[in-house]
Design a protein around this ligand. Structure first.
Ligand SMILES: NC(=O)c1ccc[n+]([C@@H]2O[C@H](COP(=O)([O-])OP(=O)(O)OC[C@H]3O[C@@H](n4cnc5c(N)ncnc54)[C@H](OP(=O)(O)O)[C@@H]3O)[C@@H](O)[C@H]2O)c1
Length: 110
């Protein structure tokens, strides 16, 4: 039986890339996202080994519903990719010069 992976935030970004690569490697992929109906990139991957699951990781009821849906599934690996790219909110932080990401930041030298 194929190994199974649950990936949150799987509709775009890193989560989507993990989903497509694990599918390509023959895994059964449970791709969780907040709004499966709007997950057009995931739908393009549609194949037997892909199951799209609704899950907002900040909503306990949504997580409970997803776990109920998956209660009979043995998940081998979890990639919790749901989240926002890091933004630096620490006092005194400044945008990092020369960094590739607009979200990158650095603390001033002391
Ligand atoms: N990209 C990098 O180089 C990098 C490096 C280190 C760490 N990370 C971390 O890895 C994570 C993913 O990064 P990314 O670049 O792939 O970000 P991204 O392209 O902005 O994708 C974020 C994903 O998380 C989902 N998401 C956000 N809030 C959610 C919630 N409450 N419930 C369920 N899904 C939620 C988004 O879904 P929606 O479409 O519904 O918004 C989207 O699928 C982030 O936590 C980021 O900080 C990224």
């Amino acid at each position: 039986m194929a190994a199974a992976i649950l990936i949150t935030g799987a509709n775009r970004g890193l989560g989507f890339e993990f989903a497509s690569q694990y599918l390509a490697d023959g895994w059964r992929v449970f791709a969780a996202c907040r709004n499966p109906d709007a997950a057009s990139k995931l739908r393009c991957l549609a194949q037997d080994m892909l199951n799209v699951v609704a899950m907002d990781v900040t909503d306990a009821e949504s997580v409970r519903n997803a776990t109920t849906q998956l209660k009979d599934v043995a998940i081998d690996v979890l990639i919790n990719s749901a989240g926002l790219p890091a933004r630096c909110s620490r006092p005194g932080a400044t945008a990092g010069p020369g960094r590739a990401s607009p979200n990158a930041c650095q603390m001033p030298k002391v």
